[in-house]
Design a binder for this molecule. Sequence first.
Ligand code: AMP
Ligand code: GLY
Length: 420
Amino acid sequence: MKLLVVGSGGREHAIAKKLLESDGVEQVFVAPGNDGMTLDGLDLVDIAISEHSKLINFAKANDIDWTFIGPDDALAAGIVDDFNQAGLKAFGPTRLAAELEWSKDFAKEIMVKYGVPTAAYGTFSDFEKAKAYIEAEGAPIVVKADGLALGKGVVVAETVEQAVEAAQDMLLDNKFGDSGARVVIEEFLDGEEFSLFAFVNGDQFYIMPTAQDHKRAFDGDKGPNTGGMGAYAPVPHLPQSVVNTAVETIVKPVLKGMIAEGRPYLGILYCGLILTADGPKVIEFNARFGDPETQIILPRLTSNFAQNISDILDGKETNITWTDSGVTLGVVVASNGYPLAYDKGMELPEKTTGDIVTYYAGAKFSKNGRALLSNGGRVYMLVTTADTVQAVQDLIYNQLKTQNTEGLFYRTDIGSKAVK
Ligand code: AMP
Ligand code: GLY
């Protein structure tokens, strides 16, 4: 098989590497990818994710069996619809199915209609009405831009004033552009956050190990929200009964609902959940794999990944298996300043060998090709597996201490919630 992965981050590195390791796969291309991926034998294609017809032409010219779509913006732009129209297979939801992610209001409507537990909410495009709702509900309360906002369109407000200010930023001052032309205002849910992913085709689905991301930039969950600074799987203190409940009350009804709406879902369903006193509730759906969760979930998959995706694309039953031993944990190394402004061009440490894997995100060869330099906010991630969270933390953090991370930073407490 020859396969194409669309995207350029650590998530796509992990997807492409796992595909290349699958028996029966000769070559994996990544468009546009990043230079760090080439150290794992992946082939880069210089086409942007928005250039659907160029990607389609490339897939045709190179006899690509199917394409795996990584990022949310490509899905929202209808890349899967375009591939399908051209007679090509692509793993990911259509634009209409991906609306579960690209409109929070749509996701809420589906959840209410099909009885999926989530926070109580109101949707507003009028600022005065939004303000009146916030004042009536009181704080804490959560204000979300309706559309895609790179994870930055959510304000968890401790006070009514903060919430009103957030609604004003989005609705009156247009700080999030079109994404914030409507806002979803919802009840604050108290509890532990975790992510549950599934491979899906229609009402057929395969649940993955639970994962926990660390979204804030700094230790102790301080600082601004980022794309994610580290993660681990499975979440050891989360009982199987919670996963079973989430499958019954969330995954099954939402997939049935999408079929009933004429938008059958194919691809990865990412459920962002909070375990409340009343059981797991949805804070968001995403229509794709998580980054950095993919980098710590896929190494645990023990079946033939490429065959699994082929089978799911063909609507066939497939045998997906996972290791149940130990914990897989990864720490993201980012450019100083991320998620705000940052410099590029720091020389990166050598790629790790042995059991600690390096996944690259913002990495680019120097002009002479001899060094790999930082070229983005999140730069690389170290991932490995050990018997306990503490043991795996020791392995990763000891490795990081040997690396020169000048100009870069990382959190030193990934997984610590699980150790306490
Ligand atoms: P989202 O982009 O929807 O994942 O939201 C970003 C972060 O805001 C989440 O990871 C949660 O920590 C927090 N959050 C979102 N919705 C809620 C909610 N209803 N209650 C409490 N925290 C929330
Ligand atoms: N890790 C969070 C996300 O991918 O949205």
